[in-house]
Design a binder for this molecule. Sequence first.
Ligand code: SER
Length: 615
Amino acid sequence: MKITADQLRNLYLDFFKSKGHAVISGASLIPENDPTVLFTTAGMHPLVPYLMGKMPHPAGTRLTDVQKCVRTGDIDEVGDSAHLTFFEMLGNWSLNDYFKKEAISWSFEFLTTKLGFSPDQLSVTVFRGEEGIPADEEAVAIWKSLGIPEERIYRLPREDNWWGPAGETGPCGPDTEMFIDTGKPACGPDCRPGCHCGKFIEIWNDVFMQYQKTEDGKFVPLGRHNVDTGMGVERTICMMNGLDTVYDTDVFAPIMAKIRELSGKESFETPEDVRSSRVVADHMRTATFILGDQKGGVTPGNVGANYVLRRLIRSAVRHARRLGIAPGFTEKMAAVIVDEYKHVYPELDQNRERVFQELLAEETRFGKTLDEGKREFDKTVAGIRRKNEFMGAKDPNYVPDTQISGKQAFRLYDTYGYPLEMTQELAKEAGFTVDVAGYQECFKAHQELSRANVGSAKSGLAEHSEETTALHTATHLLHKALKIVLGDHCNQKGSNITAERLRLDFTHGEKMTPEQIKAVEDLVNEQIKADLPVYRDMMTLEEARAAGATALFSSKYTDEKLSVYTIGKTRDDFFSKEVCTGPHVEHTGVLGHFKIKKEESSSAGVRRIKAVLER
Ligand code: SER
């Protein structure tokens, strides 16, 4: 069945309306109630307080909506046929109202009567149980009553059939996932729903939220029976229209057309060009939605959500350049995206000017450094090639040098803002490699030097200068001090650092008293005086959380190693521990004297502090 995103949204919401659900509007992309994630990652996310039963939802106990979501755990996979950093999720919820029987029956009814799938195409997975949590035989029985045979019901462990919580703690539970068999041959005897070969595609997830994950990592009964379901818009229309990639769907059509137009190409042929065009499409869509969000406030920066936004824009700029797209393109892309989506997300149009201005400013900033860096890189490669030619002419056994040295790679980073992976990408295109270990050595040596040089003025890229590095570490201390003085509800909402000052936005309802400000300053200055070491460790998100780190990233899928910065006497006896990209100083003693210059309101329920280091 051919279907557009508009038709799918309407079909879904109408169907659940007919089952007594209230259609509610989706929430902001910036989470309101969950400090442990940067963005809203699922439709249930804004509903957590209601799922927990903390208060009744004003629209009732049966809800449905379409929610904008950002998941950045797979950001490096973007460019293949399926991964996206932004997507829309259709969902329906029972807040302690109906449970498994209705949820599964309605999912089946919608898939077969509204989307036109044959029951024979459907395979499902259910939770097989583990110590303390029983197998979901109830779900099995319901699927069987609907005609799904035993051999298409797969009982799988927690890693497959358990969802949530969205952040570190909160409601979660066993789920039953629905898969469409594409009819492709199985990749082997173990091929089953969940296998990534492309035979089975997940279309929907019904979560039975009966449990709660506590701060100490335990699953305890929630005392409520909620249902939380989620269906991805892009993936579903891709599948229903028989397309190979989400980038071929109607939601990406105008975006891809614009990329082709701006690059002057009718189509992209090489795998690299295809990948670049997808990265531009995905990242520009996500950046436009973050900047155009109803809550505003997230602008490109160096920490948390601000950093993700910066990374998205900068990566889009790099890939656009690869495709020969002229500068100034971000605004043109955003215009297409705003116009395409404004009938569903009017906030995009309301914030149009802000979106354009921020994109242009970031593109210009990054463009300048990129130009200079590229010239530097080309010079380096040309120099090595000249050397190879010269030496090769003299000595027939000479092995040509095809490596960018760690020192050169570090210079590109330090002076031109080229992250290592970008230099690696350029090197690959030129048939070169990069001495990564050498780069890391330079990086470390540089940090030590910075420490020795504290106080002396130093030029360099603003975002990695000694001043901003110090202010960045001070931001971690401040964040923790706020939690201690005002309470654990103080969560970082945004951060912006210049060479002169830090700015931290955090959740807190009232103006701080002069006593509280003084207490926070004192606490930060105590940590500075104690000259605590700053440790950097690489670990997975799960490990980070287990170690007690504040982790603002959330993804069910990633195994990516993240860097965790610990400020404390030891790694276990610490003042602050946060997942963060860094960089940071190595000892707090170099920070100088911490002073809060201003405490003001930023938006409803969010305060803003500006502070400096007097050094
Ligand atoms: N929260 C579940 C998911 O993200 C169902 O919506 O898959």
